[in-house]
Write a protein that binds this ligand. Structure first.
Ligand code: NAD
Length: 247
């Protein structure tokens, strides 16, 4: 089914690879006008029929200037995030601050910049990328990551509550493990500690009752639903897509 986002203007952060990339491409396929953004603009090269722009979501001035340039939009998808691997004892203040800045404050910046234009257009949909590793599940070696992704759920509900009368819907997606370049890098890195890539892969798969990890396109399908009018009655919700990981 194509055309579910026809006539909608959407901004996607971290669209260069992984989940963000799959979302930007699915949105284009569904007929949206897409602003695909990433810190590394070269990663956006292959995305066809989209406006491709560099955007560092950690820079308030750049975010504000970009929102000013783009003007009113219908859909904002906040994907940018970073996985810090470690327990509380392996997390420095710098690790903590960086993770909160990139994973949470970036969404605060983006929403604050784009929301007035969305309200002026008569409403819209915001989709924030959280994780199963959040308030949904205590996850080994995801100390600050889990804290940031729980904060994303809180931020999502707060925005949904404040702007429901303005017809702004705000929802969060909470994926389990999803194939992406940064996930593959995590497996490679862990493999060095565990004595081989295969062992690290086994560790990731052992967390999955379904026996497999997700493809980014499966997460993108949920983002399309949450961006489209099919989800008009859905707001302030967190959606698990984790192959049974949090069961
Ligand atoms: P990824 O980590 O492979 O790619 C992240 C992208 O973000 C890159 O293209 C990078 O250039 C960009 N980026 C980094 N810093 C940025 C910045 N300051 N401004 C703008 N862009 C920046 O992609 P992924 O693994 O699909 O993860 C995407 C999101 O999904 C993250 O928020 C992640 O926490 C979340 N998530 C991922 C998984 C997973 O298993 N992959 C699971 C649950 C949630």
């Amino acid at each position: 089914m194509a055309g579910r986002l026809k006539g909608k203007v959407a901004v996607v952060t971290a669209a260069g690879q992984g989940i963000g990339r799959a979302i930007a491409e699915s949105f284009v396929a569904e007929g949206a006008t897409v602003w695909a953004t990433d810190l590394d603009v070269s990663k956006l090269d292959g995305i066809k029929r989209a406006e491709r722009r560099k955007l560092d979501v950690m820079k308030t001035k750049a975010v504000d200037a970009f929102a000013e340039k783009v003007g009113g939009i219908d859909v904002l998808v906040n994907v940018a995030g970073f996985v810090h691997h470690g327990s509380v004892l392996e997390c420095s203040d710098e690790d903590w601050d960086f993770s909160f800045d990139l994973n949470v404050k970036s969404m605060h910046r983006m929403i604050r910049a784009f929301l007035p234009g969305m309200v002026a257009r008569g409403g819209g949909a915001i989709v924030n990328m959280s994780s199963g590793a959040s308030s949904l599940k205590g996850t080994p070696k995801r100390h600050v990551y889990g804290a940031t992704k729980a904060a994303v759920i809180g931020l999502t509900k707060a925005v949904a509550a404040d702007f429901i009368k303005d017809k702004i819907r705000c929802n969060a997606i909470c994926p389990g493990t999803v194939r992406s370049p940064s996930w593959d890098a995590r497996v490679q890195k862990l493999g060095k500690e565990m004595g081989g890539y295969e062992k690290a892969l086994e560790w990731f798969l052992s967390r999955q009752p379904s026996g497999r990890i997700a493809e980014a396109e499966e997460v993108a399908a949920m983002a399309v639903y949450l961006a489209s009018d099919e989800s008009a009655f859905v707001t302030g919700a967190e959606f698990k897509i984790d192959g049974g990981w949090t069961l």
